[in-house]
Design a binder for this molecule. Sequence first.
Ligand SMILES: Nc1ncnc2c1ncn2[C@@H]1O[C@H](COP(=O)(O)OP(=O)(O)OP(=O)(O)O)[C@@H](O)[C@H]1O
Ligand SMILES: [Mg+2]
Length: 491
Amino acid sequence: MTRAKRTALSSTSSVPGGASQEGCADTPLWAARPSRGQRRPGLGWSPTPARLAMYEMTSEQVPVAWPLIAGDGPPPWGAEMGCDALSGGIFYCDPMGWVTDDALPVTNPNVFIFGKPGRGKSALVKALLLRMIRFGYRGLVLGDVKDEYEPLARLLGVEPHRIGPGLPGRINPLDPGPLADGWSELSAAESQRRLAVITSRWLTLLRGLVSSQGVPCGPTQERVLTRVLAGVTGSDRGCSQLAPAAVPDVWAALDSPSDDLIRDSRHHDRRSFLDETRPLRDALATLCEGSLRGMFDGPSTVRPDWRAPLQTLSLRALHDTGNQAAVGIALMCLNSWGQAMRELARPGDRRIVLRDEAWLQTRLSLDAVSSLDANLRLSRRDGDIQIVTYHKPSDPLAAGDAGSQAAQIARDLLHLADTRVLLGQDAEVASELGTLLGLTRMQRDAVTGWAMQERGRALWLVGDRRFKVQLLLTPLEQALFDTNTAVAWAL
Ligand SMILES: Nc1ncnc2c1ncn2[C@@H]1O[C@H](COP(=O)(O)OP(=O)(O)OP(=O)(O)O)[C@@H](O)[C@H]1O
Ligand SMILES: [Mg+2]
């Protein structure tokens, strides 16, 4: 309220109320009302006028003082997700469109979804996947741990790929992907560039796999692995084709090292090489034996149909063994493989890549966090929308001691997504929402209070803008996305 209006308001305090107002039909309302109210029973008379606080600030500063004030929602394009609780309007979600819209401070299309178990993380992803199909997007689910994307896939006429102990589905995490296509026709410079990309991806994965077994993977081990990969693929001999590589090949090359490998990795003799690389070999062997045997230790048998609206890779059979570490390692392999498959995606091949239950991977080791980090960093280049779900923001921090470099890298991972969706959380998580995501007290209260009152309620952080959104599901979606029935049957 302006100073002028305030003065005008107080000057009306002598205006008599009651009958005299009837003759004031043309008078503005504030001029017809005494500021203390009418002095009659039940009409709210106050002996002193209410003090009106006055603030002056620019429209840029207003959202800092009132962060959840109703303003314009995101532009009306993309998937209709539900209701903006502050404005009452429809909330639209189009992560890639937000990147290209200069009005929104969003520079990457990645989306992180946080929420206590059962708050509706997966339902939100499924709704987004289904509703973005209309806009030409297709989905890729890298590791459906609980088989919950199966009904959605079936609805879309797609049969899920299954990977698990004793199942025929196999993924080779060292698959070079489409970058190796037409290798013999590539110029020397281009093949060197592609080789560097492929080798870097493999090394990131192998480091993650090895360190997840508690084996440190420092520069010495990395040098050995680089030499081994070059030997296995034939790239050190300048071969015109990139020979297929798989984890057992790497293991075998370490177990029976060539003289060149021993010399290149600066070991005195074969004995010292074998002694020093034993932990490395043992760590790699976990992919070839035990729960993971037959899943990631040979050529890929899964051939994704990139024209289908959805491709899901089910890990339910492995999940049912109860070995959570194995599921984490499997997710890491799938994520790396998925990154390989998405390199050189055709123009117009719009895809939403989902990494559900990513906490199973990131809590394994810092290198496992770095592996996910590398997968996500590339999304801006290839145009995919990457969605990652966690339980709480501190999940990736479990990989390292608080305050260590590990925790810092894990913390940086959280900033790889400009869109973060915060479904309901317990009050204990409130302080980490503040420290890790920089939420104000009012925003934290929205996550631990308002969002906990109903499923699907979430605080959406889109760049530096905040929205309180209630996801609305159609009856068909409610039936398709229902995971509570499975819990009820299990009880
Ligand atoms: N907006 C919504 N409206 C109605 N029901 C919902 C909504 N969101 C989720 N649900 C229901 O809540 C249940 C739990 O949802 P969901 O499986 O998505 O939770 P989650 O956070 O992914 O759990 P978890 O961490 O165990 O994977 C499901 O039965 C789902 O159908
Ligand atoms: Mg879920």
